[in-house]
Design a protein around this ligand. Sequence first.
Ligand SMILES: [Zn+2]
Length: 711
Amino acid sequence: MRSRASLAKSPNGGSEDDEDVSGSSSFSDDRHEQSDADNEDSDLYTNEREEQYPEESSESTRARPSARGNRSAAPVDHTQVEADASLARDLGVRRSGRNQGQQLGRLHYLGLYSQPKPAKTKKALIKEEHSQGTPTTPNSYFQNLWISRKAEEDRAHSFSNPFLPREVGDVDRWIAQGPSPPLKNPYMKTQVLEVDLVQQKVAMRAQSFAPPMNGQANGIVQEWLSPNDTFQEDFSVFKTLSDDEQQAVIRREAEQHGLEKPQGYNVSFHYNPHVEYHHFGSSHPMKPWRLTLTKQLVLAYGLEYTMDCYEPRPARFDELAVFHDREYLSFLSQVTPQNAKPDDPAYLSFGFGGESNDCPVFDGLWNYVSIYSGASINAANNLNNKQSDIAINWSGGLHHAKKNLASGFCYINDIVLAIQLLLTNNPRVLYIDIDVHHGDGVEAAFESSDRVFTLSYHKYGIDRNGYPFFPGTGNIHEMGPTDPANRGKGHSLNIPIDDGIDDEQYKWLFKTVTGAVIEKYNPTAIVLQSGADSLGGDRLGRFNLNIKAHGFCVETVKSYGRPLLLIGGGGYTPRNVARTWCHETAVCVGAELHNELPTHIPYIQAFEGAENGGGILYPDLHNTKRHDNLNTQDNLHKLVTQALENLRYIEGAPSVVCNTMGLTEEQIMKVRAMVDEEFEDDAQDRGTLTVENTRRRKERGTGGRGERGLR
Ligand SMILES: [Zn+2]
């Protein structure tokens, strides 16, 4: 995660990106990106989208209407659906599978898709909802909305739907476990634009006959552009198969390549596909769509057969309030693009707005944050319950968010929430961060604790125009509080890296320092934030790492055999983020993936063509936007020496790592054995309870316990 334009945060004002000094004041300023040889998906997408919907470009934070959200609560009117279908055919809009909803959404957006109206207007329903205060059960209109959403999700969620339990009680489950009360449907407030129907029809016709703008790869760069069937014979056949047949194809894929559950440990995958539907704005670098691609790669390779897959519920308000301020949370849960007041002091003080507008307010924001946080919480619980040895949540890892502040695309710090849960079961948790940005939010949250050690590898430095790389913190000498009385002193280690570090250097650095930290600190659980913006060719990053070098970090951490929570983070070139996280999922289960991508990936075009990595899983990322390597061997050796020197602070720490009151492990175990003995005695006593027994038991009060045993 990170801010592209750190104007709001940098004291000097200005962004850290060399190219950005033109004073870009919002994400819509993408001129330099467009002129860049390594043009990004999103920019192509932006161009195209803006042509299609010119009125949208004026307000980048306005959320897209969702196909699902625009559906009516009323039962489906089949005549109407048929009419829409023929209208769609007339307009040259394809209707198939998942894209059917998207295309209909697009029609609706253009005002061309009519639908039966609910008995009451939406406005009246919202008003009614609000006047009732916080509803404990949703009213019938909302229930119907959830039911219709759920029905759609069941229909064409993904090509194999492994995340969706298909039980009878699902609808109830979704009603009961939807976003925390007040139950809101983020899509309720979607605006329908007033458009000139005739003109739009003409434009759409013209567009359906126009050749693709920049070759075939262009057509699918964002979620509601459908895969171009003429290029995708395999997938067009695949999607005509029934659910069972699709499953069989993927199972065969898994079997043929020997993918099976790992022996001796268990890996779980925590993912709620609803997180994909959210959108930060067309020119914002954060694309939840990268999660769609990741999911599709993971599923297409058959990795679902190697793990337990969970679809976690969204986190509740109270669960988020374990770390975040309630005031901040209630603001976050209520703010929408429609009611946001940029001159409201709360708006700015909570990290919204500002010149960079890194953290835009979009429709469904609360739903988005509670979903990704819910997945991290679910994953941490799985580790605590020993149901998993490695738990993965690629939708999480939003490491910049603070207690009461949104920062660097992060609103809720799911990592802190997960670590807090792990601390209920672990004396020491190690947090490792390989995002290209400093993991400042997590470091700050635990700065006064010796029970969490934070280790972050990131780009640090000032660019030639004098602007710091976001967030501007994380130098080698920043080791947490300086007060020797503070237990957190020395329990943060920062590894500042310069532009362009290559595979071998990074691997050496990571292995050496991480190994030393694990040896010294001896964590009982590890959280690894695997931000993919440290890859070569990232839209915002500055390093030159390849996918396998990034995955090497996961391999290294895994080799220590501690309970591991693996979470996502930044990553702004969606196709490579997906490749990396798919590879790292495979690393976790000990599987080797073949380089040629399976042909039945729905959005395989996103990976095809020379500019998108040539249809393989491990393209050479060095030949994209390569950064000059400013890291000399000498500098890196000095860095490691200093890092190891910093570790001396935790040398004396074990006695305070857990509140052991100065007792040794052996002494503690002795006490524990005695307590167990007493429990047994008690149990026996209960059988033959006499006055004498009671008296004796009272005499051996808790105060005497430790002393007796330890003398
Ligand atoms: Zn980042």
